[in-house]
Write a protein that binds this ligand. Structure first.
Ligand code: ADP
Ligand code: MG
Ligand code: ZN
Length: 476
């Protein structure tokens, strides 16, 4: 293509603090009866005073630190003025020029192992060096939620299309993470977002569930002429700020990682067609419509000065002492990238296995617990990894020690039975921990159940005696 996509991302993440950002209402609003988690402050009634949530501020700084940001010692809140029914105050408390985190980055290299395997090595090398700069990480409050539906039968306006407002979400702590326009393709955007989600989950500050709206993303997209930046590229593939296209299109309403790729790719094509015709795409906000697979114009994009930002007069500036920032840093455990590397070196796992096992902190912890238990029985970490990954083990149902036992058991069966029988028994033992435990604790009749299960996996004429003998062996 003649054009190089230029993409920057604004991502919102809801923090899972107990209370809201500026009042004491519960922030746990999902699925609650509308307008039951509200007070004078989060309803935006005149004269109500906001009191900042310290934990939310600390967590915002923690996200900044995890994204390699600098945390300035001085920050403040600002009012972002605009009118919309979900924001009765007429302004949102946000941060403008002094955010909690600035100048960070996320590297896409470490986690792209599984995705790049098929690409040629030249490209892989280039890709593996990709660093996405984080411009800022700031704190703000969420707004109320508009619900569009038919009015209730009992109301005066029954059957009419109406909009309702639920203020339970109003004032929930929201962290916005803004990247520089460093992406040039949709796959990298998706990877960045997955990584961001993984990091905030590791930190334990947000569930970042996109379906619940706990993580919301807005890509900004424009197209630069390839030749306009090639000369200045050198080692750096990024486009210099002075060479950025003069317009950008922001896309809203994207609520899954799959849609973000589709929306970006659609938008790239749409803009390329306009540029081909000699037109410049309009700077605007567009919404992703999943049904048509298109983006549709929503409104022309406002500029920062339209919001008439000014310092929030009801909240004094926030000053961090260096030791407070260090303390927050100390609370950050091992992050996904470090864990991924350590799992490969310490446990001799393949990048692929390590990647799967570190995707979620709970699974990584489970694996390490099993490795510790297994060590005493000479069970290698690799065996444990294989078991967890290949058997799609449900870690909530099998304790790490049980897993180790299972592996030892299976090893015995290998030496006695035929391959097919062994596999069947292995599967049944894994899927029926309750019956296995019953049998082991002396309820020998439980073996009948297990035999039945094994038989159902084998050819009809399989000998019951043989199966029974093998199960007994396995569970000895
Ligand atoms: P706004 O004030 O309109 O929100 P910002 O300068 O804050 O604009 O940038 C918002 C996002 O848009 C950032 O992620 C930034 O990297 C990205 N961005 C800026 N310029 C461009 C561009 N020309 N094309 C694509 N994205 C851009
Ligand atoms: Mg913006
Ligand atoms: Zn409240």
């Amino acid at each position: 293509m003649k054009y190089q996509p230029v993409i920057g991302l604004e991502t919102h993440v809801e923090l899972k603090t107990e209370s809201k950002m500026f009042c004491r209402c519960s922030a746990d609003y999902f699925g609650q009866k509308p307008n039951t988690h509200t007070c004078l402050v989060c309803l935006g009634l005149p004269g109500a005073l906001p009191v900042p949530n310290k934990k939310a501020i600390d967590w915002c700084a923690m996200i900044g630190l995890a994204l390699n940001c600098e945390i300035p010692l001085f920050s403040k809140f600002d009012r972002k003025n605009y009118f919309y029914p979900d924001l009765p105050k007429g302004y949102q408390i946000s941060q403008y020029d002094e955010p909690f985190g600035i100048d960070g980055y996320v590297d896409l290299s470490a986690s792209r192992v599984s995705q790049v395997a098929s690409r040629d090595s030249e490209e892989r090398k280039a890709k593996s060096e990709k660093r996405i700069r984080i411009r800022r990480v700031h704190m703000e409050e969420d707004t109320g939620k508009l619900i569009h539906e038919l009015a209730d039968q009992r109301s005066k306006i029954k059957d009419q299309r109406s909009s309702f407002i639920d203020f339970n979400r109003s004032g929930v702590p929201l962290v916005e993470i803004v990247t520089e326009p460093d992406f040039d393709n949709a796959a990298d955007v998706k990877e960045y977002l997955q990584k961001l989600q993984q990091i905030v989950r590791y930190l334990g500050v947000s569930n970042a569930d996109m379906e619940k709206g706990e993580m919301r993303l807005e890509p900004n997209i424009s197209l630069a002429r390839r030749d306009s930046h090639v000369a200045s590229r050198n080692h750096d593939k990024r486009i210099a700020n002075s060479e950025l296209p003069s317009y950008k299109v922001e896309i809203k309403n994207i609520n899954s990682f799959r849609f973000v790729e589709k929306a970006i790719n659609y938008e790239i094509e749409r803009q390329a067609e306009l540029l081909e015709k000699g037109e410049t795409p309009v700077q605007e906000t567009r919404g992703w419509d999943e049904r048509s697979g298109k983006t549709v114009s929503q409104r022309t994009k406002e500029e920062a000065h339209d919001y008439r930002y000014f310092p929030e007069p009801d909240i004094p500036p926030i000053r961090f002492a260096q030791y407070q920032i260090s303390k927050i840093k100390d609370q950050i455990g091992e992050l996904p990238d470090q864990k991924l590397k350590r799992f490969q070196t310490e446990y001799k796992l393949t990048p692929y296995d390590a990647e799967i096992l570190t995707r979620e902190l709970a699974l990584a912890d489970y694996f390490e617990e099993a490795v510790r238990t297994g060590k005493a029985h000479n069970v290698a970490p690799k065996q444990i990894a294989n078991y967890i990954i290949n058997k799609k083990l449900n870690i909530k149902e099998t304790a790490p020690s049980e897993l180790v036992e299972l592996i030892l058991t299976t090893a015995q069966v290998i030496s006695v039975g035929s391959e097919e029988l062994r596999k069947a028994i292995e599967q049944v033992i894994l899927e029926n921990p309750k019956a296995v435990e019953d049998y082991k604790s002396g309820k020998t009749q439980a073996i009948g159940f297990l035999i039945g299960k094994v038989k159902s996996l084998l050819p009809p004429k399989s000998s019951t005696d043989k199966i029974k003998e093998q199960i007994e062996q396995a569970l000895k």
